[in-house]
Design a protein around this ligand. Sequence first.
Ligand SMILES: [Zn+2]
Length: 296
Amino acid sequence: MQQIADRIFLFTSVMQQLNTVVIIDDEYIILIDPGFFPQEITEIQTFIRPWETPTRQRFMVITHSHFDHIAGVSYFPGYQLIVSEKWDRANEQRSRARLERFDGEFYVDRPWHGLLSPILSNHTVRDGQKIGPLLFFATPGHTQDSLSILYQDVLIVGDYLSILEFPFINHATNDYETTLRLFLKIVADYPVRLLVSQHGHHAQTLAEIKQRVVVSQEYIRSVRRDVQNTIDQHLSAEYLTNKAASFEYLGGMISVGLVEAHRRNVLRIWSEYHEADPRTQNTAEINYINQPLQNT
Ligand SMILES: [Zn+2]
């Protein structure tokens, strides 16, 4: 556990360096994406227990419906659950199935058998809505139901702007780019000092936050360029996906574990180009894209 600001604590899982944000102030206890492994969750429960007084309201926010983010929900029954009004029930269902497969494959013991129960939220929030000390932003692109949260001068952005990974575009590239521009507007409009991405180390300066936005924008531009060039040369999507392993990002090759995620991004952008021009649509590629996603 590390304290990153007054009243704000981060618990980082060994699972994809997933960050759980814990906010404890005079009136509220707020958990954001509580996860992932049971022992890690016990550590969070133990930490917050002394602060769970009757006068503090308890909230839990889930930034989006991927399996690593929802795994801890049922461990905190007294907490009011907040999700986006765009919550993706179908994606949640895939995530619950994926969690069950993961737990079965790696023998993770949890206090239930089979599938995690469906997520029952107490509040669904829209863009610009406030609950207690939290201000919510709709930030689609990674998923349609991605939420970002501002608490005082700390912006929490779910799976965006991670130093560990390039953009994982599971919803729509245009929305993803709009969200990246929104982050720049938020840091211009509000006195944001820290940015927490849900995977990996947080950003501690405004310059670093902006740099992360630029890096994500450049990644998308670069994939778009590759797709456009491939189309111009009348080559296939397969030609491009075959080159995925040698794609360069931040001055080096992408890690072997992320090649598949990059390949999916390529195919998504490819299919988005062809959706704009149905004469060239290749349904086999679109079907591949619409398979249950393994990204987080
Ligand atoms: Zn995710």
